[in-house]
Ligand binder design. Structure first.
Ligand SMILES: *Cc1c(COP(=O)(O)O)cnc(C)c1O
Length: 446
């Protein structure tokens, strides 16, 4: 099927454009609450919060009003040597929401930029204090931190990084936790984090040259929502302290209540040296990301200007006033709406109903839930946990089938997952799971 000229000009991300000849891209013209609407007005339930961003629904009236008011007052000003009230307020509010040690807030635009900034800040703080031997970073298998070259060098996904490997810094990749296919036969609940031995060994061996470890606390998203024990993070904190290594928590995906607590790190009771945030921070309205860090890091950059210690890094739209204003409104909605409590019965229902519908199917390896995320991992053989041949595109075919039925799932390989906006109702959760189940049965049989 030939595409018209407008479609041809648009090149979509992580998409084999040739596929669109057979399955044209979904074309969304408006949104309201948990629904997206195409040109004919057909609704699609947004089961994954538009790439894990939207928490309070599309075209949320409070967010829209705040945006309009801020646009009429001040739409943008550069942040170099300039401040503005929305950025000041947001920085202050983020420091009150997070552990006391996180006192400094540096803004950027996308998640990957925040990760790059944390990398550069960690290394530059070493350089400024005369520890230049510390210049390697550690990431985990299954880890995901964005796709610019620096961030990509920390990712443990060959599909994204393999061809770019020759361009990337020489970082260490350490085997991360995988509770579904645990080689020690443990589950998330009885795990004493034997899997930490890989990290312990790597830091023992290379600790002297490592400046920072990057990790997604509690849940590796792009790996197919692998959840793991908070004990891993406590051991990691201890071990990184021992080797004088910065610990970076990338909460870009899970910050702002997704795992049940405002931030995932609260579940481990551990404070990192750097925290990266983005995605839901603006309720999924505008790009904004944040790097938070400690006084110790901040002070490594202070000095007379002739010492050239300032952190030399900028993005044109960093700390954009519109984005900061909707982020502040997002935080107000958390404060006023008792969101974390209201979410609890909803995500319990999601976990229970998904387990009820999916758990017994012969191609379901595991149904796992943490907070407002439930993931169904499909396998060709349950007993051996053998995945489907990726060329069968099993998850993708179920995604296509669910789309026909009005649910936008967007699978991660053969993991189907539900990560809906918090404003979804219990009845809508039931429908979402039932439709996804029907789509799976259509492709894989009863
Ligand atoms: C999405 C994501 C990123 C990258 O953010 P972008 O805004 O897409 O650059 C980084 N880390 C994690 C954990 C993410 O989920």
């Amino acid at each position: 099927m030939a595409m018209d000229k407008t479609t041809q000009a648009l090149w979509l991300p992580v998409t084999q454009m040739k596929d669109l000849e057979e399955h044209p891209a979904l074309r969304i013209c408006s949104g309201k609450g948990i629904y997206l609407y195409d040109a004919e007005g057909k609704p699609y339930m947004d089961a994954i919060s538009s790439w894990w961003t939207n928490i309070f629904g599309h075209a949320n009236p409070r967010i829209t009003r705040t945006l309009a008011e801020q646009a009429a007052r001040l739409e943008h000003v550069m942040l170099a040597g300039v401040t503005h009230p929305p950025a000041e307020d947001l920085a202050r509010r983020l420091t009150t929401l997070t552990p006391d040690e996180l006192t400094r807030v540096f803004f950027a635009g996308d998640g990957a930029s925040a990760v790059e900034i944390a990398m550069k800040m960690s290394y530059a703080s070493r350089r400024n204090t005369g520890h230049t031997e510390k210049r390697r970073f550690v990431g985990l298998s299954g880890g995901y931190h964005g796709e610019t070259l620096g961030a990509l060098s920390l990712c443990g996904h060959d599909a994204f990084s393999d061809i770019f490997r020759p361009l990337m810094p020489d970082n260490l990749s350490v085997t991360g936790p995988d509770c579904y296919r645990c080689p020690h036969g443990k589950t998330r609940n009885d795990c004493d984090a034997e899997c930490f031995e890989h990290m312990e060994g790597a830091l023992e061996k290379h600790g002297r040259e490592v400046t920072a470890v990057f990790i997604e606390p509690m849940a590796q998203g792009a790996a197919g929502w692998r959840f793991y024990s908070p004990r891993y993070l406590r051991k990691l904190r201890e071990c990184t302290r021992h080797h004088d290594i910065h610990l970076v928590f990338d909460e870009i995906a899970v910050g702002f209540g997704r795992l049940g607590t405002m931030f995932a790190m609260e579940q481990a009771g551990v404070t990192p040296d750097f925290l990266t945030l983005s995605k839901s921070i603006t309720s999924g309205t505008l790009p904004l990301s944040v790097v938070m860090t400690t006084d110790a890091i901040y002070e490594a950059f202070l000095g007379d200007f002739t010492q050239m210690k300032a952190f030399m890094h900028s993005h044109t739209y960093m700390g954009n006033p519109l984005a900061c204003a909707v982020a502040n409104e997002t935080l107000s909605m958390f404060e006023e709406g008792n969101v974390l409590e209201t979410n609890k019965p909803k995500y319990r229902h999601l976990a229970n109903h998904a387990a009820l519908r999916f758990a017994d199917h012969r191609h379901v390896g595991e149904v796992r839930s943490l907070g407002f995320i439930t993931c169904v991992e499909l396998v060709s053989d349950r007993a051996t946990k053998t995945p489907f041949d990726w060329r069968l595109r099993t998850g993708f075919r179920i995604f296509r089938e669910a789309l026909k039925r009005g649910v936008l799932l967007r699978n991660l390989g053969d993991c189907l997952y539900f990560l809906p906006p918090y404003v979804i109702t219990q009845d809508e959760i039931t429908r979402l799971v039932d439709v996804a189940h029907a789509a799976m049965v259509e492709i894989l049989g009863e």
